[in-house]
Unconditional design. Structure first.
Length: 299
């Protein structure tokens, strides 16, 4: 009997010591979101840039884990976000929150009362949940599956940017690229297109070719910044995206999730084809883009 009591006391003391001194978070919040991890990752980064008290956010190795620093008065709170996919359209989010200067105090107080630290943590996470819900309603992604990407000859400009400013760079270069082609009498052979050539997922930086399929001829302007290449027919995973083209990269993540779930080896170089002129259609949910993720050829 004494041994049993001793074991129980040891376990209790061990749990208390772990909770007070080893547990990485002072407080944990969990919630489910009706969207996929990539959309949560990008929404969190965008929300962080616009949340007044958020000082910085960084991705920790993969898109499922992020660390965020908040400054509330003279207190610094660290939020560790962990995103777990549940289904194609749902994810579980766990937020571990820590105030390094008052960690022990917070761990004790949250056991016995609804503290200001706990209230602030709940309010901050709730603010993000509302922002995520609003963002989720602003776009749609439909996975089509495996298709063959058609061969096209394109005129393009190579551009370096971030995912967030991809559409800005397209708009900035639109008049020069298409105006020059039209002035020289070049015939188009499809809708505007971008080809991602480099994608740094940790920093959200990209290199991409922005252009348009054309009919190859002697009218092509030479001696300008415009370059030309043949995009060859290739098998790819395809998705249809509806929404503002600023966030069409959400379809990239949806395709990556689909590829992982179905054990399909893909190249992380998405290709987007844009069907609408945003200036002529006010309803963003009617803006359509086809997104392709090339499938690696088996050796």
């Amino acid at each position: 009997m004494r041994k049993i009591i001793l074991v129980i006391l040891t376990l209790v003391v061990g749990v208390i010591l772990w909770y007070l001194f080893l547990k990485p978070s002072d407080y944990i919040i969990r919630f489910e979101a009706k969207t996929f991890p990539g959309a949560i990752n990008q929404s969190l980064k965008h929300w962080s840039r616009n949340f007044n008290d958020s000082e910085k956010i960084e991705q920790l190795g993969d898109l499922y884990h992020l660390s965020q620093t908040f400054k509330f008065g003279d207190s610094t709170h660290i939020y560790h976000w962990a995103i777990e996919p549940l289904t194609d359209s749902t994810s579980r989010v766990k937020v571990g929150i820590k105030d390094e200067a008052h960690s022990l105090k917070n761990k004790i107080q949250v056991l016995f009362s609804d503290t200001d630290f706990e209230k602030r943590s709940k309010a901050t996470v709730l603010d993000f949940m509302e922002a995520l819900k609003k963002h989720k309603e602003s776009f749609k992604v439909h996975i089509v599956g495996e298709e063959e990407m058609p061969s096209k000859y394109i005129a393009y400009l190579p551009i370096k940017s971030t995912q967030l400013h991809k559409a800005d760079e397209m708009m900035k270069n639109f008049s020069y690229l298409f105006g020059t082609l039209v002035e020289n009498g070049v015939a188009f052979d499809g809708f505007p297109i971008i080809e991602i050539t480099q994608w740094d997922q940790e920093n959200d930086s990209i290199h991409f070719n922005f252009g348009r399929p054309i009919i190859r001829s002697e009218k092509l302007p030479i001696g300008t910044d415009i370059q030309y290449k043949r995009m060859f027919r290739k098998k790819a995973l395809k998705a249809e995206y509806y929404g503002n083209y600023i966030t069409s990269d959400r379809a990239w993540y949806a395709l990556l999730d689909y590829a992982k779930k179905n054990n399909i080896d893909v190249e992380k170089n998405p290709i987007e084809v844009f069907y609408n002129d945003p200036k002529s259609e006010g309803n963003e949910l009617k803006w359509k883009a086809e997104i392709y993720l090339p499938i690696k050829e088996s050796k």
